[in-house]
Design a protein around this ligand. Structure first.
Ligand code: COA
Ligand code: AMP
Length: 631
């Protein structure tokens, strides 16, 4: 048995001792009374009785402990041509100042703050400032439309919103203030104020009374000290897509989160304090929360905050330039980014232009990593390329090749084995484990480890229903797949309406809700189809109301615009066609999976329960008109 087995079995034999040991990496104001308390299961508590501050653990203690002049954050933006470097001392001072500003604006411990910002240093400052004063933040990805932002405002009921005047996408400036104002107009809950960081690209905007300039908010205020919070107090709420248009507010606590994240940096990602780490994602997603901001700083590493794309900003060599310029040792991104680079530079001609000698490991997650992309990256970069698997709900990896514990043999198509903390089982519908090699629902035997969601914001019943009800005694991941004889996991698909478009988690159910609002649409179905670049793309079929005489093309274009306006460009919803009727079972269930199989050119069996088998041929023709299956 190797070291991985020793560590995993050690955790399994005594989880509380394992996490108590990991908790030593965190500075506590008040020691916890207990490692784990399940007396109110399923609402379990990690490290109850303990008090800490996540911002203190990310910044102040490093300043006090000898890392004051080490770089904490390096902002590199090919969008603006800027590079800005911040030491731990500088970050602490910026964060303390902005925390003071939040307090002066009336934000108190427990109040929520929504952060709608692009990939700039002020975003990390705002997140850490909230953590500093115990105000849970809720970061909303900048690609979401006002409607989505409004839904989150109504659920989180923030005291304040923190924003910037714009985000930058290749070739266009996205003005945020009209989006923010529109979201506030749409929402029932009205925040007290909006703190605005003006960017050079959009120095001014049409102001409203609630808008406060960042600098004005900071003027004359005292820097704020870290306040002790309970282990179990929420650090943040991050909304993620579920089955419906109402997103789930994943809650993250302070204590368990700090302990788990700090543990992962060396053990899973093989990063030591002082080394440079880059997660090329967005702070609007969980990867950005955990691995751009909290984990690397908790661990005393240097974290790159990158505002750009893998290609086109300006070319497919950008990633290599950033790695070389900042001595990045380990990087984490989504497979789609590498598919984009491979598409534009298949022979890797941009790679030799840069000195990548310090670069050691590439981690990929967020969607299925196809073996061809992994192998291409390995050949080009000559470093281990590690697929790993997790989700917003868990906040940190569930399956990985644990490079800091022991590199395990690679099996392409598998994110390797379960991470200590997770007892992963593959179940059938009767909650029985299936034999190795057989597909089933990927589940985690309860309890979940520290750092994973203790509940959903404002939705305890939904938490139980969505994750715990179907497989009593287990957490339902929503993924289907299998485990082989060696304990390697294979993640094959989702079991719900979630799709992954360019590593962005989206709900087809939410898109259907938008299409159903079109006055000429009687019913609709949206499902994910395979895409060479983005992994998956949404495809919609709409049935028009009887008597609608308008051109179908016109209605289809309106459907595309509606999804763009109500969910956001990030949904990449462009494929939609009108059909006479949808294939359904006799009980009325729409056969989305069958339609996806047709579009992807997979072998499929017409379900025996289908209402009218002739519809399948109609659907084939409609999908064929859209160009599917390809080739
Ligand atoms: N704000 C506003 N709009 C945004 C946005 C943001 N933060 N992020 C994306 N968009 C828009 C894009 O401009 C694009 O709009 P368009 O339809 O008008 O062109 C649309 O949303 C889709 O964007 P994107 O998914 O980025 O696709 P792309 O075609 O521009 O680029 C990739 C493709 C592969 C280069 C890109 O998806 C990528 O870098 N992916 C990595 C994803 C990632 O890091 N995921 C995090 C999980 S780890
Ligand atoms: P998110 O919550 O946005 O991180 O998305 C989580 C979902 O993305 C998971 O439930 C999976 O469906 C998918 N996913 C993440 N990582 C992987 C991976 N390595 N392989 C396959 N699917 C993945």
């Amino acid at each position: 048995m190797g070291r991985y087995d020793d560590v995993y079995n050690g955790w399994m034999a005594d989880p509380e001792a394992f996490w108590a040991e990991a908790a030593k990496a965190i500075d506590w104001y008040k020691p916890y009374d207990q490692v784990f308390d399940d007396s109110n299961a399923p609402f379990n508590k990690w490290f109850p009785g303990g008090e800490l501050n996540t911002c203190y653990n990310c910044l102040d203690r490093h300043v006090e402990g000898g890392r004051a002049d080490q770089l904490a954050i390096v902002y590199d933006s090919p969008m603006t041509g800027q590079v800005q470097k911040f030491t731990y001392r500088e970050m602490r001072d910026l964060v303390a100042k902005f925390a003071g500003a939040l307090k002066a604006q009336g934000v108190e411990k427990g109040d929520r703050v929504i952060i709608y910002m692009p990939m700039i240093p002020e975003t990390a400052v705002a997140m850490l400032a909230c953590a500093r004063i115990g105000a849970p933040h809720s970061v909303v990805f900048g690609g979401f439309a006002p409607n989505e932002l409004a839904t989150r405002i109504d659920d989180a009921r923030p005291k304040l919103i923190v924003t910037a005047t714009c985000g930058l996408e290749p070739g266009r400036v996205i003005e945020y203030m009209p989006l923010i104002h529109k979201a506030i107009d749409l929402s029932k809950h009205k925040p007290d104020g909006v703190i605005v960081h003006p960017r050079a690209e959009v120095p001014d905007w049409e102001r409203r009374d609630i808008d406060v300039l960042w600098a004005d908010a900071e003027a004359g205020v005292e820097p704020a000290e870290c306040v002790p919070v309970k282990s179990t107090d929420p650090l943040y709420v991050l909304y993620t897509s579920g089955t419906t248009g109402q997103p789930k507010g994943v809650v993250r606590d302070n204590g368990g989160h700090a302990v788990a994240l700090a543990w992962t940096m060396k053990n899973l990602y093989d990063i030591d304090p002082g080394q440079t780490w880059w997660a090329a994602s967005d702070v609007g997603w969980v990867v950005g929360h955990s691995y751009i901001v909290y984990a690397p700083l908790m661990h005393g590493a240097t974290s790159i905050l990158f505002e750009g794309k893998p290609v086109g900003t300006p070319d497919p060599g950008t990633f290599w330039r950033v790695i070389a310029d900042h001595d990045v040792e380990v990087m984490f991104t989504a497979p789609t980014a590498f598919r984009a680079i491979k598409q534009q530079d298949p022979d890797g001609t941009f790679i030799p232009k840069y000195d990548l000698s310090k670069f050691r490991i590439l981690f990929l997650a967020g969607e299925r990593a196809d073996p061809a992309t992994i192998q291409w990256a390995e050949e080009q970069l000559k470093v281990p390329v590690i697929d790993h698997w997790w989700q917003t709900e868990t906040g940190w990896p569930m399956a990985i090749n644990p490079m800091g514990i022991e590199p395990l043999p690679v099996k392409y198509g598998s994110p390797t084995r379960a991470v200590p903390g997770y007892d992963i089982r593959i179940l059938d519908d009767n909650v029985q484990e299936v034999p190795r090699g057989q597909m089933g629902a990927i589940s985690v035997k309860l309890p979940l480890p520290p750092g994973t969601l203790p509940t959903l914001w404002n939705a305890e019943d939904r938490f139980k229903q969505a994750y715990l009800a179907d497989y009593p005694g287990y957490y339902k991941t929503g993924d289907a797949g299998y485990m082989d004889e060696d304990g390697y996991l294979y993640i094959m698909s989702r079991t719900d309406d979630v799709i992954n478009v360019a590593g962005h988690r989206l709900s087809t159910g939410a898109m259907e809700e938008v299409l159903a609002q079109h006055p000429d649409v009687a019913e609709c179905a949206v499902f994910g189809i395979a895409d060479d670049l983005k992994g998956q793309l949404p495809l919609g079929l709409v049935v028009l109301k009887a008597g609608v005489a308008r051109e179908a093309k016109e209605i289809e274009n309106e459907c595309v615009q509606m999804v763009r306006q109500q969910i956001g460009a990030v949904a990449a919803f462009r494929l939609v066609t009108a059909v006479q009727r949808l294939p359904k079972t006799r009980s009325g269930k729409v056969l989305r999976r069958t339609m996806q199989q047709i579009a992807d050119g997979e072998d499929f069996k017409t379900p025996a329960t289908i209402d009218d088998p002739a519809i399948i041929d109609e659907i084939k023709v409609s999908l064929g008109n859209l160009g599917y299956p390809k080739g």
